[in-house]
Design a protein around this ligand. Structure first.
Ligand code: CU1
Ligand code: CU1
Length: 274
């Protein structure tokens, strides 16, 4: 059974194994296929047309499935690996062990944002950014410069308190839990963290930075926390809404899964806090 742990609690050996699996997926080309899929959806998701991965109710189930697929790919390399989550309300500094050279490496240099240390630094030769939005092939970050502060636990709690999952017009202007968590409204949780990391994380090719998976594993955990707090609220819309994925509608690009199939994370993995 897959148990997703807080990244701050990983042992040195767990970090080594995760990094080695990431690098092997990258070497084989399987990693870049995930980056391409993500970018395709971010470019295609619009407020007035079809929207599946982002700015819509299926933001949470879409990324849950995306992470499950990626975690399974990692496990095909090393069956002991699970995706850790980054609780950015607690580890909220560029000096966190998350950004140490034995894990994800640190922020980029001032000149061009190039990450200079850790396993994903360009000089190591293991992490050429191939699916990209410009000519630059090196991983970039500018921790804390696009926006100064990561969201606080109080801000997270204010969003977890919202009892309605989502509401019309089911896009980036909606009120409700999903859109406040995604970050288009209010205190801005998910989107703000992408901007705080900067570099590729602030673009559609954000999965080029391995921290993408740790960030989304925490967003996914917050969805589970919300479900626990609001047992009488559920995924909406139920049916019949154009351009968005209803509860019982299949979801692209997989077409074998509906949001209804993804509501219970424990069917796939547990968190260390479950
Ligand atoms: Cu995304
Ligand atoms: Cu994201």
């Amino acid at each position: 059974m897959t148990v997703r742990k807080n990244q701050a609690d990983l042992t040195a050996d767990e970090k080594r194994r995760l990094v080695a699996s990431l690098i092997e997926l990258k070497r084989s080309g399987r990693y870049d296929a995930f980056v391409t899929t993500h970018n395709t959806f971010i470019m295609g998701d619009t407020d007035t047309g079809e929207r599946t991965g982002h700015r819509s109710p299926s933001f949470l189930p879409w990324h849950r499935r995306f992470l499950i697929e990626f975690e399974r790919a990692l496990q095909s390399v090393d069956s002991s690996v699970a995706l850790p989550y980054w609780d950015w309300t607690r580890d909220r500094s560029p000096r966190s062990s998350l950004w140490a050279p034995d894990f994800l490496g640190g922020t980029g240099r001032t000149l061009d944002g190039r990450v200079m240390d850790g396993p994903f630094a360009a000089a190591g030769g293991n992490w050429t950014v191939s699916v990209r939005v410009d000519a630059r092939t090196f991983l970039r970050r500018s921790l804390g410069s696009g926006v100064r502060e990561l969201p606080t636990r109080a801000e997270v709690d204010s969003v977890l308190a919202m009892s309605t999952y989502d509401m019309a017009p089911w896009n980036s202007s909606s009120d409700g839990f999903r859109n406040h968590l995604e970050g288009w409204r209010g205190v801005n949780l998910h989107n703000r963290v992408h901007v705080w990391v900067g570099g590729q994380m602030a673009t559609g090719v954000s999965p080029n930075d391995p921290v993408f998976w740790l960030h989304h594993a925490f967003i996914d955990k917050l969805w589970a926390e919300w479900q626990q707090r609001h047992p009488d609220s559920g995924y909406v819309p139920p049916a019949g809404t154009p351009d968005v994925v209803d509860l019982d509608e299949t979801m692209k690009p997989w077409n074998d899964v509906r949001p209804a199939d993804l509501l219970d994370h424990k069917a796939f993995y547990t968190f260390d806090t479950d």
